[in-house]
Design a protein around this ligand. Structure first.
Ligand code: DGL
Length: 273
């Protein structure tokens, strides 16, 4: 394949479901000329409560599917899969591969002033200690405090954004950070940016909230630039969406995550990959 053809290929993005659309939204903002193929593993969602082996296996199939659509780069737009499967995927595939944890960690280190960072995520992400490890690789003196907030995922999926129930649950989870004096909190799960208003209200204005989606899109731009794979400004931009369960719920809930219309999504038998 010549370099013009490679540059024209889409970026492949996958997640355990719809949450990775927050990354798609940022990619479309920062890289408006790129084409995107998105796969949401809605049939096997959630990943955050599963074992490492299962998540690695699912992630391998997801990458195989994206490669069958000829993508030039894969973004693992899922914190749980990035936490437990990214190094395994990098060892097993040649395509450039990015996760969401390193970009989020970098942004948190840049934001903290007192060297105390909180991280919230699924059980799998918190148990893997991937954020503390990534943060400490940048600066060893930073203190990192992690807390799993599994109910946030269902609240975001159900659109429970401004509800009293959400505030009560968030209050209960986030009181963990009150005595730990963090000045920066990483939203270490693709669903959590939807709950930003309530999280920010509880943590207070002085705490910076880090959403890795934006930082990930910037890193995608950097990687594509370095590899001379940025798509030229000409030609039609297409976004194609695939899921492993019925597309209807993905389309309705997905539009909330993406903040734009999803004209259609197709179902894929992911077990075949
Ligand atoms: N995309 C997943 C994550 O960021 C959402 C939650 C899940 O699959 O458990 O961890």
């Amino acid at each position: 394949m010549n370099s013009d053809e490679s540059r024209n290929l889409p970026i492949g993005i996958f997640d355990s479901g719809i949450g990775g659309l927050t990354v798609v939204a940022e990619v479309s903002r920062k890289l408006p000329h790129e084409k995107v193929i998105y796969f949401g593993d809605t049939g096997r969602f959630p990943y955050g409560v599963r074992s490492k082996e299962v998540v690695k296996n699912f992630s391998r199939q997801n990458v195989n599917f994206l490669l069958s659509k000829k993508v030039k780069l894969v973004v693992v737009a899922c914190n749980s899969a990035s936490a437990v499967a990214l190094s395994y995927l990098r060892r097993n595939f040649e395509v450039p591969m990015m996760g969401v944890i390193e970009p989020g960690a970098k942004a948190a280190v840049r934001a903290t002033r007192n060297g105390r960072i909180g991280v919230i995520g699924t059980e799998a992400t918190i148990a893997s200690s991937s954020y503390p490890k990534a943060i400490k690789r940048i600066s060893d003196s930073i203190k990192v405090f992690g807390k799993a907030c599994p109910l946030f995922v269902s609240l975001a999926e159900e659109g429970y954004i401004n509800r009293e129930a959400t505030r009560l649950i968030a209050d209960d989870y986030l009181k963990f950070f009150k005595t730990r004096r963090v000045d920066t909190l990483v939203l270490g799960c693709t669903h959590y940016p939807l709950l930003k208003p309530v999280i920010s209200q509880i943590m207070g204005e002085a705490v910076s909230l880090i959403d890795s989606a934006e930082e990930t899109a910037l890193e995608v731009r950097e990687v594509l630039t370095k590899r001379k794979l940025l798509r030229p400004k000409s030609g039609k931009v297409a976004y194609r969406y695939f899921v492993s369960d019925t597309p209807e719920k993905f389309v309705t809930v997905g539009e909330r995550f993406l903040r734009r219309e999803i004209p259609k999504a197709r179902r894929v038998d992911i077990g075949m990959y």
